[in-house]
Write a protein that binds this ligand. Sequence first.
Ligand SMILES: C[S@@+](CC[C@H](N)C(=O)[O-])C[C@H]1O[C@@H](n2cnc3c(N)ncnc32)[C@H](O)[C@@H]1O
Length: 269
Amino acid sequence: MQPAPDAIVQYKQRQRESWVHFAPLQAITTPAAAVLVNHARVQSGARVLDAGCGTGVVAITAALRGARVTALDLTPQLLERARENAHLAALEIDFHEGDIEQLPFPGAAFDFVLSQFAHIFAPRPAVALGELLRVLKPGGTIAFSTWPPELLIARTMTLGARYLPAPPPGVETPFLWGDPAVVRQRLGDAVTGIAFDRASMLVPALSLAHFRANAERSAGSLVKVVELLSETDPAALEQFRREFDSIAAEYFRDNVVRQDYLLTRAIKR
Ligand SMILES: C[S@@+](CC[C@H](N)C(=O)[O-])C[C@H]1O[C@@H](n2cnc3c(N)ncnc32)[C@H](O)[C@@H]1O
């Protein structure tokens, strides 16, 4: 079922609002950026797109390796931070505010198209992937990092989503992008040489409460859950927090929360 066009516009507006507070989490997405750039095998001089760049961690990592980088994101506040980050590193990166489902670039413009935990939030996987592959040259590399549905981030964000208005019918969960079988099927014949890997993001946390407080301040839709329930249903907020802690406890040990994820790389035919 295809979601109605206005529902998609509203959904993206909600996405743009949910990611406004994400910048502090660049502390944990920064090491992962190097993992993705390595996995993609980005080369000096190559033309790279970072799709859903947030504060620019992947874009900047690729640019520091000599790539010519373009980066795009839906959320202007994060792009402002990305520009500051690029300036600090004395890099020229071509930043754009825009939507992965409607990329403002000509076909075959890039040698590498990368997305770290970002293209998964575009509501229509086929549209997003169609665009990412359209702007990639034949023989170019697409590579992305995604959250597996059975692990911490997908579990806690799916929990949070239960407390928010339902997405429009037909919008896919972002976390199917973390299942290699689904990724393989979605990439289909458009690519060759699919390669998967796994990595861990190790998040320092003094306690589960510290980990949750950090997520509630910065992590996309979880910020919205807390805003909504604080005003409308404090008992439900307590319930959400209990359930969140019970999931997170499975991944917390020795002051670290372990967030494992999937890496994918493939070559466009
Ligand atoms: C979890 S953050 C990841 C940011 C960055 N890649 C990183 O690793 O730090 C998800 C990002 O996806 C962006 N995003 C969500 N939907 C998008 C869309 N349809 N088009 C472009 N960016 C989108 C958000 O604005 C946010 O910056």
